[in-house]
Ligand binder design. Sequence first.
Ligand code: SF4
Length: 520
Amino acid sequence: MTETIPQPRAAEETEPGGSPAVAAGLLVLAPLRFEANAVRRGLTQPTSQVQRTGMGVTRSKKRLAAESKPGPFSAMVVMGTAAGLADDLSPGDLVVATEVSDGEITVELPGADLLAAELRRAGLNARAGRIRTVGKLVKAADRATLAADGYLAADMESAALVTAAAAGRPVAVIRAVSDGGFGPGMVSGGMAALRSLRAAAPVAERWAAACRERTVLLAGPRSFCAGVERAIEIVERALELRGAPVYVRKQIVHNTRVVADLEQRGAIFVDELDEVPNGATVVFSAHGVAPAVRTDASERSLSVIDATCPLVSKVHAEARRFAEKGYTVALIGHAGHEEVEGTLGEAPDSTVLVQTAADVAALSVADPSKVAYLMQTTLAIDEAADVSGALREKFPQMRAPGSDDICYATTNRQAAVRAVAADADVVLVAGSKNSSNSVRLVERSEREGTPAHLIDGATDIDLSWLTGASVIGLTAGASAPPAVVSEIITALSGLGTVTVTERVTTTESVQFGLPREVRR
Ligand code: SF4
């Protein structure tokens, strides 16, 4: 599947300078002399240029048309001061436009979140939001109206400049909040705004360097697995059927977006059961719990709904089965992971955790002829194979689990990321830092020789990762929502036309039933 998401084009476009095909640097359009000078002082690249446009729509358009054309440029940023409309904006704060509108024409700028995040990483107070271009200085009453309409800042030129000058190239708008006025004589916060514009200039250059037409190679399958979908649905249904609050022991799945969303809807996440009031409803997470936790819940008269993934429950059952038969269970996994703690708890006296081949070398068991191994479900296949190989060498009679412990979703996502990493300059993996299967996708890509980065969302993208990258591999861990992938593609489209090609290595049809407590 291939889809092209073009850089949003202005309604009316004229060609102010060289051909868009010419690779060049950043063009900054700054309305006033003091704004242009502040930006000039901050620029670092010889290819960057600043053009002063004059104040207001009419003057800036006229000046753009009349003055000498800028040299070739590859990306354009409108930079200047603005009136802050939100109460919590202070002089010097930066607003990066998600859209600019003059009331008639609205231009959306989907890369705003990336640029605002890069400004924040540079130590500046920056946020992304809507900017309104107005015809005259904003009075107090107008401010309230514009703020109520959802605008963060107001200026007098941006809508005209992005529609007149970008000519299809990537474009951004950065406005520094003064005290609300636009002229040099009326801005008590003007100095703070100019300092911010100067500090923002090298960040605008980094943004321009990251701009280019590119391909996004989308790994398939990616994002939610059947176990994660089931766990989320269990919490949603518990909230619906029993009302808020519903307590959830540990993160239901390892993803900050999912957790934040459920929290907003009334779920309360706790680390341990002693934080749950007696008699309340508690959901056990997809990663499973040790039997001691179930006993504790029962003694506390908690109403338990178990969202443990059936594939994790399968590993638990295997641990019990081997232990009952007198085997020592070597559990291949990562220390401290909730799933590993749950599995270890099934047969604590018979189970040992082995993380590496070195752990295997140091392992001593009572009866070497009665050893079995199990695995955490979200391991890297090749690394787990190294450890199981070392175990097999040391304990040739070792028993294996009845079927693979590394689950289908982990296996499929690793194969899929491998397929895109082979042809990508860089790989982005949507997922949270504590998501084991997401971290493994990063490692999988790196083992293919392609740098990879784990991101919770588009704002985690460091623009330097994208500089020079024409092909970006994109995937998402099993606990990362599909919407995050869409958000990342949209943000990338703000840096130039994006062609999305999906590379599907396999399709999935696994589904798990819900526990009876939440069946309707
Ligand atoms: S990653 Fe695998 S084991 Fe974990 S919840 Fe998803 S399907 Fe279940």
